[in-house]
Design a protein around this ligand. Structure first.
Ligand SMILES: [Fe+2]
Ligand SMILES: [Fe+2]
Length: 402
């Protein structure tokens, strides 16, 4: 079936340009163009769309308001921003409602690729079998309120690091955990950090925000007890993968945004294991037993038993929590990046590599598969593997230095 896509921009010339540029995709896409947020909602009311691509600054209802309306009324729609502004304040306003943020000008091929990538991701994570696992949870876990408050605070035009630190400090349990992590060998800090504002000042807002999200996830699932399933080891593993993924991204010269997204993806990549443990403890015990007997990759065993794996399950939950697509894709495809359609260096690449290498170095052979060399070759990066191995080894031995 043709995908239905709505483009919204207050400048008719821009819409004309898009229409001309994208005409060649007419066979696969049914495209509709609207010149305001209000008109977009009217068109949605007639028949909802699979994808919306909107401008940010528009008179009347702007892009951020439109997307939060669409999120509320049509949660299944893929939401993208195509904007001439990419300053932090503008991006932050849609951080929890847009799946992707693209900057103008954007050529037809890029736009097409990004929309197709988002569609492949949705097909993968909105699978009925994934939903079946998540629906077995007593309550669907929600994102920690501290994290939501941080995101909300960041949407204000001016917010100080101090204020963000104070939001976290109000949650005593969260504060203790964040400080414990920050003071662990991972960060290789030379002195003891005793307050959250100090940690924010030293490690940066993005790092602390990611840690808050991760701590919240573990808090949600801390009651999980399954023989052979070690929560503490999983936490250490996710921290390691986050640190390695961020290091590999930074080393490759990636933008700060990509380094941050790689860090977050690494910290959360195996979150589906927690969901599985809470939702289907018996099945997971059976999976772990079979995995120990056969030494097949864990996600293969999960596919045999559940017809899905912790990768898709974790990605589904993180998608529901409003994390951006590059992070959700990295989680969904972290064992098999080739299935993603993403063919450039991305948080997915760095998470995949960091995950496989750290599992191997932890001595957990084949637990999460091997490097996808066909994928790495497609990106022309085979020659980087030795270097990646050395870097991950160093991060694991010495922690991350900031
Ligand atoms: Fe995994
Ligand atoms: Fe992993």
């Amino acid at each position: 079936m043709k995908k239905r896509i709505l483009f919204v921009d207050d400048e008719p010339e821009i819409l004309d340009g898009l229409e001309r540029m994208l005409r060649r995709f007419n066979k696969e896409w049914e495209m509709v163009f609207a010149t305001s947020g209000e008109e977009a909602l009217e068109r949605f009311a007639e028949v909802p769309f699979d994808v919306i691509v909107t401008d940010m600054r528009m008179p009347g209802m702007d892009g951020a308001e439109l997307l939060s309306e669409i999120t509320r009324r049509y949660p299944g729609t893929i939401r993208m921003v195509l904007s001439g502004y990419s300053d932090l304040d503008t991006v932050m306003r849609v951080v929890s409602t847009a799946h992707r943020y693209l900057s103008k000008p954007c050529d037809a091929e890029t736009l097409k690729e990004v929309i197709e990538q988002a569609a492949v991701l949705r097909e993968t994570i909105n699978d009925e079998r994934v939903r079946k696992v998540v629906s077995r949870l007593d309550t669907v876990p929600s994102v920690s309120s501290v994290y939501t408050q941080i995101i909300e605070a960041l949407q204000a035009p001016e917010v100080s690091l101090r204020e963000i630190g104070e939001i976290i400090s109000k949650d005593v349990g969260m504060t203790a955990k964040v400080l414990q992590l920050v003071n662990s060998a991972f960060f290789g800090l030379r002195r003891e950090i005793t307050s959250v504002p100090q940690a924010v000042g030293l490690l940066g807002l993005e790092t602390i925000r990611s840690l808050v999200l991760m701590v919240g996830v573990f808090r949600t699932f801390e009651h999980v007890r399954i023989p052979g399933f070690d929560l503490e080891a999983l936490r250490m593993h996710m921290l390691t993968v986050g640190a390695c993924a961020a290091d590999l991204a930074a080393y490759s010269g990636a933008s700060k945004a990509m380094v941050d997204a790689s860090y977050l993806s690494g910290l959360l990549h195996d979150v589906g294991k927690l969901v599985l443990a809470a939702a289907m403890p018996e099945e997971l015990a059976e999976i772990l037993k079979r995995f120990n007997e056969t030494k097949q990759p864990l996600y293969d065993v999960e596919h045999e038993v559940l017809h899905t794996s912790h990768a898709e399950i974790g990605a589904y939950l993180m998608g529901m929590w409003g994390l951006p697509d590059d992070v959700v894709s990295a989680i969904a495809f972290h064992h098999e990046p080739g299935k993603s359609r993403i063919v450039q260096a991305s948080p997915l690449l760095f998470t995949h590599v960091a995950n496989v290498l750290s599992h191997l170095q932890e001595g957990e052979k084949a637990g999460e598969g091997l490097l996808d060399m066909a994928y790495i070759a497609k990106l022309g990066m085979e020659q980087n593997v030795t270097e990646w191995e050395q870097r991950c080894e160093a991060v694991m031995a010495e922690g991350v230095h900031v």
